[in-house]
Design a protein around this ligand. Structure first.
Ligand code: AMP
Length: 276
């Protein structure tokens, strides 16, 4: 496995191959969710590159950039274990030098859900992913459905900006009790960890209500809110049932829908979703 820490090294290596390159962008502190993307990339491409970069541009000043979990040695071992070929670990000072002033800023869907609660978040995401795509020039790039809005935003950016990359979105990998795997789960204490299972339980309930014929989004959301509010440690940012494409809130569920939620447990903010 080759480990590259500068943009120049990465670009030089990139020029050496013509064969298909799959790319998995991450912020590190890897888990099975990330590894599922690496495995999928390996099955579809000759070479797989994973980046580890905690992107300061997507964190607001009040968010957890400084506290975000980091363990490069552990990450590298895990990547080696699944046969990842290249790791790109750039420095923030090289990605965003003092003179830096160019941003990719999408309108519309980036203002909803996560974008409504975290203003500027997606501007940081689209900018860093565009930069990474320019540096690595991958044929395919792999993202998780866990961050459903992010996957939608990246797919749209690639289309709007005519980027030469196929975006592949893979299912959410969960713990055995249903909690979506996340680097941030490490922040949870034992009590919060038990409470956090309410996210997936509420999503499953939404699916059951929908399967049972319920199409009134407000009724399903009310049941979800009641279930989550019953958990003393849970503070709800939002519970949403929105159109899969536009992310506009639905009144009647008569088109493919994204059921998504963001809930805080102590200092830890978790998100999850399913599609109907
Ligand atoms: P992150 O390191 O959190 O920025 O995530 C890097 C990539 O892994 C993103 O495309 C995420 O959507 C994806 N990812 C994170 N958690 C999971 C999960 N539990 N299942 C599948 N993909 C995930």
């Amino acid at each position: 496995m080759r480990i590259l820490r500068t943009i120049a090294e990465m670009k030089t290596l990139r020029r050496e191959w013509q064969s298909s390159l799959g790319f998995v962008p991450t912020m590190g502190y890897l888990h099975e969710g990330h590894l599922s993307l690496v495995r999928q990339s390996k099955s579809e491409n000759k070479t797989t590159a994973t980046s580890i970069f905690i992107n300061p541009a997507q964190f607001a000043p009040n968010e957890d950039f400084k506290a975000y979990p980091r363990d490069a040695q552990r990450d590298l071992k895990m990547l080696e274990g699944v046969g990842n070929d290249i790791v790109f670990m750039p420095d923030a000072t090289e990605m965003y030098p003092a003179s830096y002033s160019t941003w990719v800023d999408m309108e519309g869907i980036t203002g909803r859900l996560e974008g409504a609660v975290r203003p500027g978040h997606f501007k940081g995401v689209t900018t860093v992913v565009a930069k990474l795509f320019n540096i690595l020039e991958p044929h395919r790039a792999y993202f998780g459905q866990k961050d459903a809005q992010q996957a939608l935003v990246i797919r749209k950016m690639a289309k709007d900006l005519n980027m030469n990359v196929d975006i592949v979105v893979m299912p959410t990998v969960r713990e055995t009790d249903g909690l979506a795997m996340s680097s941030r789960n490490i922040y949870l204490n034992a009590e919060e960890r038990r409470s956090a299972t309410v996210l997936y339980r509420s999503l499953i309930m939404a699916r059951e209500l929908f399967t049972g014929g319920e199409r009134d989004a407000a009724k399903i959301k009310d049941r979800m809110l009641a279930m989550i509010e019953a958990e003393a440690l849970a503070w709800i940012d939002y519970v949403s049932i929105a159109d899969m494409e536009t992310l506009e809130e639905l009144t009647l569920i008569d088109s493919p829908a994204l059921v998504s939620l963001a809930v805080r447990f102590g200092k830890t903010r978790l998100i999850d979703n399913i599609t109907l």
